[in-house]
Design a protein around this ligand. Structure first.
Ligand code: UT7
Length: 381
């Protein structure tokens, strides 16, 4: 029996601060009616000053591991999908690796816009199928509130912050991730991007003055692309795994705009109850939106053993992609108090380990520079 990858844990994190359309009305030339009618968004979450993409990714990862009852040291691979990483480098995934104490894991980020989570899921699934990993943590995390121009009403009303994660595990039983499909078209790179801060246009006074470090989007163009991308990616992934639209139990699309989701669902001939929508209360959280929506669907009791889920996204790049998942492994009991305390202790230990490694590096470097000075000064002769 070939190895298959199954989702055995899931978790999400949303910041506490809720920013409503009504609040935006007081700072922008916009209205609750316009935003709700054109996008379906009523409110979004915004990271607090102490929160960032990394902290939210860590929290979502911890929750997912707890549900899976998987200890961090058993994780082989961590992939974070994000367009709002903690740093240009190193990867946010490395910060997650350190914070959760996944001392045997490889870690890297994927930048594939709002399709990032599907891309990351595909890479993790392939690593598992190839026998290079048995347990993988796949995370979508974004702090887009740090990258939107709060003076640009055409974009800032759309985006929100949050993170979602799943644990993928190798198994020999059928089901799990049945197949994936990914695509891209870089000729649309400037339809949705942050112009400066990269190698092409490094940060300088002018780039800051011209507000080039903020996200820019040609909304109408992206809209037209999005509806087609959702429908075509869904059909293509189903074709690849030998299934049909009629087999779908639940479509979990990237949450950018309720109108885009509705149009794609109609084009596919799906009923409302077959489509997960979260955009109303958390806005567009880019690479985090699909795992957040998956977690919400599970919490709402909409995912059952044997269901066929299609996770489908589109976004900056341009990129698009879909994953067909046969929901096959559901832990029987939610994490009890014992497991929660045990995992808390593990994370505390991970923090201590990280502090110790930083301290040890510092001490070693001090000792080495002292020794260099000693020998150069002739002290060793
Ligand atoms: O996840 C990444 C992918 N991103 C997306 O999927 C976004 C895709 N695009 C969209 O969802 C839609 O294009 C938007 C929601 C961004 C815009 O909706 P639209 O129906 O395409 O509006 P529009 O851009 O054609 O703008 C219509 C009007 C304009 O005014 P004029 O030029 O007709 O006078 C805009 O200036 O609406 C105006 N407008 C607003 N009015 C009030 C734009 N933003 C706002 C606003 N409040 N926040």
């Amino acid at each position: 029996m070939p190895v298959t990858a199954h989702i055995v844990g899931w978790g999400s994190y949303l910041p506490e601060k809720v920013l409503t359309n009504a609040e935006l009305e007081s700072t922008l030339d916009t209205s609750d009616e316009w935003i709700a009618a054109r996008t379906g968004i009523r409110e979004r979450r915004v990271a607090a000053p102490g929160e960032s993409t990394g902290t939210m990714a860590i929290e979502a990862a911890r929750r997912a591991l707890q549900v899976a009852a998987v200890e961090p040291s058993r994780v082989d691979l961590i992939i974070v999908a994000t367009i709002s990483p903690e740093y240009v480098f190193p990867a946010t995934a490395c910060l997650v690796q350190d914070a959760i104490g996944a001392r045997n894991a490889a870690a890297f980020d994927i930048s594939a816009g709002c399709t990032g989570f599907v891309y990351a899921l595909a890479q993790a699934e392939q690593a598992i199928r190839a026998g290079n990993a048995r347990l993988a943590l796949v995370i979508g995390a974004e702090a887009l509130s740090r990258f939107v121009d709060w003076e640009d009403r055409a974009t800032c009303v759309l985006f929100g912050d949050g993170a979602g994660a799943v644990v993928l595990q190798a198994a020999e039983n059928p089901g799990g991730i049945l197949g994936t499909y990914l695509g891209s078209d870089g000729s649309g790179a400037e339809l949705l991007y942050v112009p400066a801060g990269g190698a092409r246009l490094p940060a300088c006074e002018n780039t800051v003055a011209d507000r080039l470090h903020y996200l820019r989007m040609e909304g109408r163009e992206v809209y037209r692309f999005a509806v087609k991308a959702l429908e075509r990616s869904t059909r293509e992934v189903l074709r690849r795994v030998g299934l049909e639209v009629g087999d779908i139990s639940l479509l979990i699309p990237h949450q950018a705009n309720g109108r885009i989701t509705d149009m794609a669902a109609r084009a596919l001939g799906l009923e409302r109850h077959q489509v997960v929508e979260t955009v109303e209360w958390c806005g567009n959280t880019s690479a985090a939106s699909i795992p957040i929506a998956l977690c919400r669907a599970i919490e709402d009791g909409r995912v059952h053993e044997g269901d066929l889920l299609v996770l489908v996204g589109f976004g900056a790049g341009l990129t698009w992609g879909a994953a067909a998942v046969r929901w096959s492994r559901i832990p029987t009991a939610p994490p009890g108090r014992g497991r929660i305390y045990y995992y808390r202790a593990l994370y505390r230990l991970a923090e201590i380990r990280s502090l110790w490694r930083r301290l040890w590096r510092r001490l070693r470097s001090l000792a080495l520079s002292w020794m260099n000075g000693y020998y150069r000064g002739g002290g060793g002769v």
